[in-house]
Design a protein around this ligand. Structure first.
Ligand code: HAM
Length: 421
């Protein structure tokens, strides 16, 4: 047994039936995205390392210590994508999408990779579905997308999500705030945690959402960004709150929320759920505005907003009773002739949109086939034996109450679809 190969820590095998929960979240999200006019972008999971170090920020946790970086055989430094926004922006510029339409609504899905300490709701490979709107300065669109997120959460039965919002200002007004905050932190230098002290110069804002209790306590009276943001940013934030009220999205202002990525400007938000099922990792989706990123990567000035949903975290909360599944029909042919006929019947049922499996094991006894049907959770078993063949019919057995009836082969599909026996 010692030479068994196992999966890498933090990389999960997602098996049925759990995989169905993730698919359900993904399909629901995509259905809702589509109804809001979004189209899919399928992007590589590997990008040049520089893309992430330039967009996410050199001093962010992700770039400093969480990236899966390696060189390919030609020596080019590559990184498994830790998030989706950087790739979307890269592709937007590379394909000059801004020349094709003034506003783009795009969504993506797939695995992301971060070398974090695995725990409940936190993995090294995890799945996101995300959206980006490129070319709209908001704040109405920011609120519309948050409302869209609340619709998805409602459809999958996640209750109690609170939208925490903040404004991070623009580079113009953030600078004086950073300086003031830097000065405030300087005086506490000796007592702050290692991360906060190290980042103090290049990224003092991160101290505001440091999880260390001592840092939280020490920064209770830290300067408030809202006292520093410029008129434009302040009007944007007020507009966001009014639009959220208009959409009926309950929200809570949290001036200490700064997010772990450097590209954000103005709106930042997190959807948080307080639930014992989640524990410490209680942010199920997050995003914000990144008005400077397209330009920084060589495109034209383009205001953008987006968010990503952490699918595994949502999976811990979904109401599984809402995941409907078509009833399974299990077709058991008994004998050579019935077996030849069965393939055509199964195929006709599938064409009619029914979920059908067939007993394929050669020479299986009725008993063992019934056992398999039961294990698979079949709602109905369809028996096709010599008698049935003679009568041009089949026997339908309701697996819940054990009742049986015969239906003619010519009409059984219609009869089953009209009202299940
Ligand atoms: P993020 O906050 O880094 O933002 O990730 C979004 C969500 O992904 C988190 O709220 C969380 O639910 C989930 N997530 C993050 N890390 C992990 C992990 N290690 N294990 C499980 N789930 C995780 C972004 O990624 C931005 N790109 C969002 C965005 C889009 N901003 C603008 N547009």
């Amino acid at each position: 047994m010692s030479n068994r190969i196992t999966a890498i820590r933090g990389f999960n095998d997602i098996l049925p039936p759990e995989s169905r929960v993730l698919s359900h979240i993904e399909y629901t999200a995509i259905e809702v995205f589509t109804s809001y006019g979004f189209s899919e972008m399928r992007l590589p999971v590997v990008e040049k390392t520089e893309l992430f170090s330039r967009t996410l920020g050199e001093t962010t946790d992700i770039v400093e210590k969480q990236m899966y970086t390696f060189s390919d055989l030609s020596g080019t430094p590559l990184t498994l994508r830790p998030e989706g926004t950087a790739g979307v922006v890269r592709a937007y510029i590379e394909h000059a999408l801004y020349t094709k339409a003034p506003i783009h609504r795009l969504f993506y899905r797939g695995p992301m990779f971060r070398y974090e300490r695995p725990q409940k709701g936190r993995y090294r490979q995890f799945y996101q579905v995300g959206v980006e709107v490129l070319g709209d300065e908001g704040p109405f669109v920011d609120a519309e997308l948050m409302e869209m997120l609340s619709v998805i959460l409602e459809r999958v039965g996640v209750k109690g999500a609170v939208f925490e919002i903040n404004s991070l200002g623009c580079p113009g007004c953030r600078q004086p705030f950073r300086q003031r905050l830097g000065g405030f932190l300087e005086e506490l230098k000796e007592r702050l945690c290692g991360d906060c002290t190290r980042r103090m110069e290049r990224n003092p804002l991160r101290a505001l959402d440091c999880k260390n209790p001592t840092c939280r306590e020490l920064t209770t009276n830290a300067p408030d960004i809202y006292d520093y943001i410029c008129e434009g940013c302040s009007a944007h934030f007020d507009g966001l709150r009014a639009a959220l009220d208009g959409f009926g999205v309950p929200h809570r202002v949290n001036h200490r929320m700064v997010r772990g990525l450097d590209y954000y400007t103005r709106t930042a938000f997190e959807a948080v759920v307080d639930s014992p099922r989640l524990g410490a990792q209680n942010t199920i989706a997050a995003g914000g505005r990144y008005d400077g990123l397209v330009k920084e990567l060589g495109g034209p000035q383009t205001p953008c907003f987006g968010f990503a949903i952490g699918m595994e975290r949502v999976a811990l909360l979904v109401d599984r009773s809402l995941i409907g599944e078509e009833p399974l029909f299990y077709l058991i042919p008994l004998g050579t002739e019935p077996q030849q006929r069965a393939a055509g019947l199964a195929s006709a049922m599938r064409m009619a949109g029914m979920r059908c499996m067939m007993e394929t094991k050669r020479g299986a006894s009725l008993k063992s086939a019934m056992k398999r049907a039961d294990r698979l959770g079949a709602a109905y078993v369809l028996l096709l034996g010599e008698d049935e063949m003679k009568e041009r019919s089949l026997t339908v057995r309701n697996m819940t109450d054990g009742t049986q009836r015969r239906l003619p082969l010519d009409t059984f599909i219609e009869e089953l679809r009209q009202g299940l026996p």
